[in-house]
Design a protein around this ligand. Structure first.
Ligand code: TXA
Ligand code: MG
Length: 456
């Protein structure tokens, strides 16, 4: 039986700049730099991380921590009781497997070769690497980063069976977030972590989103500020022929196709959604990303609804939410009555302005540079009273555009924010899902969240 946390959940702020010295250990013949952390134990930031690492090692209640995509709910992937704690806290169906997070390639290799100490063997090269060669170009380009690769779970695997939910494979990822990497390093175990939302809810991109869903269900949230990507990792299966994208995410199909062996990568998720066949990423079949209020998706190219068209979506609260992205303007006829709220009033909005293109070029060094990025207030909410045939109602309007990156960072926060305002329904302006890098991931999430889809 998993432990339950009956006390209020602590939100522990941690600024990665204050945790100590970071050293990058270049490995000439390897794929990637490794980081070493010389922890400054006098700082409260480091103490918070140490406390979280200790809980991860010993407790069966998972802890929440930031990654560059969304907040994760982590547990020691090698202990069944700890992994069960994740399913319990999230109320997640137990047939939906978890992604395992690593802080170095050696840590992943050790798992793939149970019983063999990596340091003792011959040095790793392309021919003796236990990581299948198909993944080498992806790892080189995109790790650490928003990419999850599917690997065979070896005989004698140290992974708890709950991680894989009965599959013969597991998902592995190295997150591009210093706090996530530091936490895994301090824990010395691979960390299984789904997104830290309650099952079915939008993924959390700020610590307060986690708190809202999991207060008293977990003990600790590491608060590292808002997530810079905002949608989850791309999940790819390179064991199949041709290789397949099981879930679109922070790395786009064009980026994958630029890698040797991946020129012909297929979209496994779209066909599954269209034909209703058994999806290959087990998580894709469940209701997902959904706020309380029904979401109405206006596919790209469709004009914003006239006041009259909004009336059928009204409920007892007489208020609607609207999420604008690239093209929709505020309803000008009512602009004089609109009240602009300060961006600071909107929960979880101060998002970092990290340059996505920098993220993978220099691996860990880019992470450190990213810490200096300035926060950018991104989202403003307006409310306007509209009159449609004697009905007066309120529209709370959030603009998360116009760039695809800002839409990705803001979509889950916007859905959550409008839910807090008790709107009767949320109308979302869709974007072209082939337009640029993460647009497909954003539209995949919105389509899953929406109950009504209005085509253009
Ligand atoms: O960005 C992310 O990936 C975040 C952060 C926390 O790292 N994690 C995340 O985990 O989104 P989760 O559990 O919400 O989504 C994991 C997805 C699910 O769709 C699951 O079905 C799929 O990965 N998955 C995990 N293991 C798999 C496997 N062996 N084969 C196929 N799909 C798998
Ligand atoms: Mg999730």
């Amino acid at each position: 039986m998993a432990e339950r946390s009956s006390t209020a959940t602590a939100i522990l702020p941690v600024n990665a700049k204050n945790i100590g010295k970071l050293k990058i250990r270049p490995k000439s013949d390897d794929l990637l730099d490794d980081i070493e952390i010389d922890l400054d134990e006098t700082s409260s930031d480091a103490q918070h991380l140490l406390r979280a690492a200790e809980e991860l090692r010993t407790s069966n209640v998972p802890i929440a921590f930031p990654t560059e995509t969304v907040y994760g709910l982590g547990a020691d992937a090698t202990r069944s009781n700890a992994v069960q704690g994740i399913y319990h806290a999230k109320q997640r169906p137990s047939d939906n497997p978890l992604i395992v997070h690593f802080a170095s390639l050696d840590q992943l290799r050790a798992l793939l070769r149970p019983g063999m100490s990596i340091g003792d063997g011959p040095s790793i090269n392309a021919t003796n690497d236990p990581i299948p060669s198909i993944y080498r170009p992806l790892i080189k380009q995109f790790w650490p980063g928003p990419l999850t690769i599917i690997l065979p779970n070896p005989t004698g695997s140290p992974l708890a069976p709950e991680v894989t939910a009965g599959l013969s494979t597991f998902g592995a990822r190295m997150p591009a977030h210093l706090l996530a990497l530091a936490l895994i390093k301090l824990t010395h175990v691979p960390v299984a972590a789904p997104s830290a939302n309650a099952s079915t809810k939008p993924s959390p991109t700020a610590a307060e989103h986690v708190h809202h869903d999991l207060d008293r269900r977990i003990r600790t949230i590491i608060d590292g500020g808002p997530c810079s990507v905002g949608v989850e990792s791309t999940v790819v299966d390179g064991l199949s022929e041709p290789p397949t994208i099981l879930r679109p995410g922070g790395i786009s199909i064009e980026q994958l196709r630029s890698c040797p062996g991946w020129e012909n990568v297929q979209m496994g998720y779209k066909n599954a959604a269209e034909t209703g066949s058994q999806p290959r990423a087990p998580g894709m079949k469940y209701r997902h990303y959904s706020p309380k209020a029904p979401v109405i998706l206006y596919e790209v190219g469709r004009s914003p609804p006239a006041n009259q068209e909004m009336v059928p979506f009204l409920g007892t609260n007489q208020r609607l939410g609207m999420v604008r992205t690239k093209r929709w303007k505020v309803n000008h006829r009512h602009e004089d009555r609109a009240v602009t709220l300060e961006a600071g009033n909107v929960n979880g909005t101060e998002l970092s302005n990290r340059n996505r293109d920098n993220r993978h070029m220099t691996g860990v060094t880019a992470l450190i540079a990213a810490l200096d990025a300035t926060p950018e207030p991104r989202k403003a909410m307006q409310s306007m009273s509209l009159n449609a045939q004697e009905t007066t109602f309120l529209v709370l309007d959030i603009n998360i555009g116009p760039s695809t990156d800002s839409i990705a960072r803001g979509i889950f926060a916007a859905l959550r924010e409008l839910d807090r305002e008790d709107v009767d329904a949320i109308l979302v302006e869709g974007i072209d899902d082939i337009e640029d890098s993460v647009a497909a991931a954003v539209m995949n999430r919105i389509r899953k969240a929406s109950e009504i889809k209005l085509s253009s």
